[in-house]
Design a protein around this ligand. Structure first.
Ligand code: SF4
Ligand code: SF4
Length: 105
């Protein structure tokens, strides 16, 4: 499982990823799921470049315009996972499952 941590002043869980390509399709898919718009500034998920790799941030509360991730509760598959390219889909699925577990335990 990916390492997670919280940074001071951030209300988000941080996940490292080895396979993410940084395409940001997940951010777009998330904003559409929330508000039926394509606007990554409201997305619950953020992909942040870290050198040659990326990290995934999932918002635990509404902050700086970003909406809280509810894990796409009630949906068969989270929208971000659904549109993530196959190269990283399984890893992102694990990240969302881990996030949901941590939010409820
Ligand atoms: S699980 Fe749903 S709400 Fe959370 S980041 Fe993915 S699309 Fe957005
Ligand atoms: S998590 Fe998936 S959809 Fe999001 S930027 Fe990475 S590869 Fe693209």
């Amino acid at each position: 499982m990916n390492r997670t941590d919280r940074r001071e002043g951030e209300d988000a869980m941080i996940f490292e990823t080895k396979t993410c390509t940084g395409c940001k399709t997940c951010e777009i898919a998330c904003s559409f799921r929330h508000r039926k718009i394509f606007n990554t500034s409201i997305s619950s998920i953020e992909i942040v470049e870290k050198g040659l790799e990326f990290e995934i941030r999932l918002h635990e509360s509404d902050q700086d315009g970003h909406l809280t991730c509810d894990g796409c509760e009630g949906r068969e598959e989270p929208n971000c996972v659904r549109y993530c390219p196959p190269v990283n889909r399984n890893e992102l699925k694990s990240v969302i499952e881990e996030f949901r577990w941590r939010m409820t335990h």
